[in-house]
Unconditional design. Structure first.
Length: 214
């Protein structure tokens, strides 16, 4: 049996799915047509109902829950690994909420958890430019935008490019909500056979266990 599966090329997702899609574990006769895309594209595809199984941002869950169910395995809830709002260092620059509300901010997709967390921290900020996550640092560096929200591996490398952090949006969530950061989950179409969905859910768990062991 073959199904469509979409996830991003970020280390988190490849860790989850490697053993499953490359059949390093017994997949019980299930194989996948795999599509790798940035997280915003995955969210748009989920809204359109394009894939049988997909990784999504939890920020888009409310828009897809009528057509998809959320799996138990493979969800990403983080501590200390949330999106960062970054900019170029500048002398005497005002980083107050009022100043940020007037900045042009690059966001890694409209339907992403990063956008959700930024909007919670800065609900009055309206000058947003939506970009693919890996384009944001350069947009800040070349002056196209005043600041940007970065995710994935960029949150560990931005300082080497001469950028500075304004705020850790994940930390803001954790401090205000007292909950782990809701990053992403894995969904399955509700039209699929529940037995198949349960099998894939268990296979994802085994795939993660294989990744930890290897």
């Amino acid at each position: 049996m073959k199904f469509t599966l979409a996830f991003s090329p970020c280390p988190n997702d490849t860790f989850i799915f490697d053993a499953l899609v490359n059949q390093k574990i017994d997949t019980e006769g299930i194989i996948f047509d795999v599509f790798l895309e940035d997280v915003q594209t995955l969210n748009e595809w989920a809204i359109a109902g394009k894939m049988d199984f997909s990784k999504i941002s939890y920020g888009v869950w409310s828009k897809v829950k009528d057509n998809y169910s959320l799996l138990n395995s493979g969800g990403a809830l983080g501590k200390g690994v949330g999106p960062l709002l970054i900019t170029k260092p500048a002398k005497l620059l005002d980083y107050s909420p009022e100043a940020i509300n007037e900045m042009t901010i690059a966001i890694p997709g409209e339907n992403t958890t990063a956008h959700l967390l930024f909007s919670l921290a800065y609900p009055k900020a309206k000058k947003k430019v939506f970009k693919v996550f890996h384009e944001i640092e350069n947009a800040v560096l070349n002056g196209e935008v005043d600041a940007g929200v970065i995710i994935h591996e960029n949150r560990f490398t931005y300082q080497a490019k001469g950028l500075r952090k304004i705020i850790d949006l994940g930390n803001y969530w954790e401090q205000t909500k007292r909950l782990p950061i809701p990053l992403g989950g894995i969904i399955a179409k509700k039209t699929l056979d529940p037995a198949i969905v349960n099998t894939v859910d268990s296979l994802i768990k085994k795939s993660i266990e294989y990744a930890f062991s290897n």
